[in-house]
Design a protein. Sequence first.
Length: 209
Amino acid sequence: MSEVRLAAEQRNEFGKGAARRYRRAGKIPAVLYGHGSDPKHLSLPTVDFARVVRENGRNAVLTLDVTGGKSELALCKEITTHPTKNYIEHVDLLLVKRGEKVTVNVPVVVTGEAAPGTLVAQDANEIQLEVEATHIPEQLEISIQGVEAGTQIHAPDVTLPRGATLQSSEDVLVVNISEAPTEAEMESEIDTSGAGVVEEASEEETASQ
């Protein structure tokens, strides 16, 4: 994953009222912490930060050009969004160093088509890795091309980039490939559920008479 430069400003006002003023001005309140240093209160440009997340994902490594200070290398630790209005309320940033390893959740993407007559279910959309901060993969791919029914792909089966270590439990099921129900089985299930509805309705009609 490539590094992205982003302007940042020192933030001197705090509290809900100050946060609203920053957001009205097109900025997102943020805190940068890590390596035992004092937290730094910053503001980030809303449009630019949203674009970075959209194009690079939440694991984007940011080179923050802090006004009046030195550049800092940071990783998005947590992005808080408004529960109903869907705008970014606050960002927690983790200070990182080149060569340092971090623990992150990486999206898993399934590619290809399984064998005919199968049903593919993706149980986990991401897995957790320990990886060098400046070499976080954007996603991990699992090919199911031609895979037969009865196949299960667990976290340890996923191919990881060089230098990355799996942190998710080995029991995590990522993809399950089973036999797809036949048309006759589907029709039988519909008939059975329909019969239950008719039977229930009949009992209600009998009780009302």
